[in-house]
Design a protein around this ligand. Structure first.
Ligand code: 1ZZ
Length: 583
């Protein structure tokens, strides 16, 4: 089998993650370092980590939970998260990672979102630290049959006699549910299997050429998201490559701590979405660069949201002064439905952006290479997302699912053993995305010399600072402002330097346009903690709609970027570079 060829020999025989944990039990010589909020470090060897995870798994069984039942985890502290997540996995109980509440001002909205996920998952329990128990307990009232479990009390118990034996776990069993926002407002739980995780971990290890004894990771990525969880917890456990975990909050408060940690720990591999790269540049003034030595890095992976050419260039140029070597920036592309990674750029090769002619790109979906003579305004540049991971295949298809030739833009389809087993409890959505011909990603792009370029999204999804938001939630929140009406509001994103920026276009029914636009920005900030870059209010009847009266998001966006919407008042900045990286 493909996975066995590239996995380290002792984990290569694993057919489920339970085998990986069992194998790690015998390895006290390396492990993971969990950096605390106050900077102190706590080291857990591979064997300590696996032993404690298995103990926790048995305690879950003793409490009456059984293989196949789901437990939601709201656990901000990384070490606790990892041990509890792996504990559930070790006995076949299915963990469902949830993002923790970040803003007390919108705890009600958080409870609603979390309750929707718990209901969709059919969660039997919600596990959380004592510090969140009072805050989260009320959301369980909205979820029938789910109980609260406080980590500190539950896992403090000794195992004792009479703990039931775990049932056998098979490669096609679901290992965990990864929730993503759908475009309809309904959360969707991706069924990630043991076999899918092992196939994807093997592919990540092979693409990044991870070597035991040489490589070391540093990550601040949240563990409730696939890139942090699979990329920096599960793949390193398979490869037994040490990782230092930096709390996400520490990065958020002071982004420069990320590369300081890389430099101190002599890390070789680290990853961030585009916005993380931009924040690191902004937060590390030139005079601080002398304190860093980034010559240890082999891979700075960047993915999970569109990579902006200028952000990658400025990161590479800025940190070159701290020893960052050329060819370390490795763009990558993936999604939860593919378990994690779909493609990676090549390590050690400086990035070659693809400049294509703007006119055929817009008019007929063709990515024709631009000639040197072409003016910059007549070109569009795309960042390569690299080649398909080994043992898998990427196709580009038209609207009817027919494969398209090179440099034709269509939907990205992904085939191979990493594709997940559908959405939990949603047969209709599963049928649409997980087709016999492969995974329909909902992303658009083209292939050139087997390299994938992701150009835009077919699915309506807003990705801001690495987090996915469904447009409907934002539109409904906007429509709560007096003067706008539900059904006449459109939310989408436009390219920005650091991350995509949210734009709202709506019809104004009554009131002063400038005031209403300001209120919309304020309301969305308060309600969803999301900053809106531009609100454009149109006279009634001007918003592009289908014949049945539904708003046309992509047409509205296209016209907005081209500047052809018959605009009224706005609050915010107009699009600054509408011609570059159109999405
Ligand atoms: P999610 C050792 N998108 O974001 C570490 N990448 O999943 C290995 N759009 O389901 C780590 N350009 O939340 C390997 N480059 O969102 C990491 O996000 C490999 O629209 C990358 O459909 C994993 C990313 C996982 C992730 C998926 C959606 C996609 C797409 C967008 C992700 C992108 C990108 C443009 C990229």
């Amino acid at each position: 089998m493909f996975a066995k060829e590239v996995l380290p020999p002792d984990t290569a025989s694993a057919s489920t993650f339970v085998h990986v944990l069992a194998e790690n039990l015998g390895h006290p010589e390396g492990g993971c370092t969990f950096i605390q909020e106050d900077g102190r470090e706590h080291f857990l060897s591979w064997s300590e980590l696996s032993r404690e995870a298995m103990r926790r798994g048995r305690l879950l069984l003793r409490s009456g939970l059984r293989k196949g039942q789901r437990i939601a985890l709201v656990v901000p502290e990384q070490q606790e998260f990892v041990l509890t997540f792996l504990g559930a996995v070790s006995v076949g109980v299915i963990p469902v990672p949830l993002y923790p509440p970040m803003d007390l001002g919108r705890i009600e909205a958080y409870r609603e979102d979390a309750a929707a996920i718990l209901r969709a998952a059919g969660a039997h329990a919600l596990l959380m630290p004592r510090s969140l128990a009072d805050l989260l307990a009320p959301l369980l009232r909205a979820v029938e049959g789910s109980r609260a479990v406080v980590l500190e009390e539950f896992f403090a118990e000794p195992l004792g006699e009479g703990t039931p034996q775990p049932e056998a776990i098979l490669p096609d069993d679901v290992m965990f549910l990864q929730f993503t926002s759908g475009s309809t407002g309904a959360p969707k739980g991706v069924r990630v299997t043991h076999a899918g995780v092992l196939a994807n971990c093997a592919a990540v290890i092979s693409a990044l050429r991870l070597e035991r004894g040489r490589d070391r990771g540093v990550s601040w990525l949240p563990l409730y998201h696939d890139m942090g969880l699979i990329g920096f917890v599960l793949a390193p456990l398979v490869a037994r490559c040490p990782v230092s975990f930096l709390p996400t909050l520490r990065f958020a408060l002071s982004p420069r701590v990320w590369l300081e940690t890389v430099s101190r720990e002599r890390a070789t591999v680290t990853f961030a979405p585009n916005f993380g790269l931009a924040l690191a540049v902004k937060d590390t003034p030139a005079r601080e660069l002398r304190r860093l030595d980034l010559s240890c890095l082999r891979v700075v992976g960047c993915g999970a949201e569109p990579n902006h050419p200028q952000t990658l260039r400025s990161f590479a140029a800025h940190f070159a002064a701290a020893g960052l070597r050329p060819g370390t920036m490795v763009p990558c592309y993936g999604m939860a439905e593919a378990t994690l990674a779909i493609s990676f750029g090549e390590i050690g090769v400086p990035l070659a952006l693809d400049a294509v002619q703007k006119e055929p790109y817009h008019a007929s979906g063709l990515a024709r290479p631009a000639s040197k003579a072409e003016l910059p305004e007549a070109q569009v540049e795309f960042v390569p997302c690299g080649r398909s991971i080994a043992g898998h295949r990427i196709l580009i298809v038209d609207d009817d699912g027919n494969p398209l030739p090179e440099r034709h833009i269509g939907e990205v389809v992904f085939q191979g053993p990493s594709v997940a087993a559908g959405y939990h409890g949603d047969a209709e959505a599963t049928r649409r995305s997980f087709t016999p011909d492969g995974l329909r990603t909902g992303d658009c792009g083209y292939l050139a010399a087997d390299i994938l370029y992701v150009t835009s999204r077919k699915k309506d999804l807003l990705i801001v600072n690495g987090r996915n938001h469904d447009p409907q939630t934002v539109e409904w929140a906007a429509a709560e402002v007096d003067g706008l009406r539900k059904g006449n509001v459109v939310a989408f994103t436009r390219p920005g330097r650091a991350t995509e920026e949210v734009v709202i276009v709506a019809e104004l029914r009554r009131g002063d346009a400038a005031t209403v636009a300001r209120q919309v920005r304020g309301h969305i900030q308060t309600k969803l903690s999301l900053s809106v870059a531009d609100v454009l209010l149109l006279p009634p009847g001007e918003l592009p709609k289908t014949s049945s009266g539904k708003v046309k998001r992509s047409t509205t966006r296209q016209q907005y970027l081209e500047g052809t919407l018959r605009g009224g008042a706005r609050s915010g900045r107009a699009a600054h570079r509408p011609s570059v990286h159109p999405r």
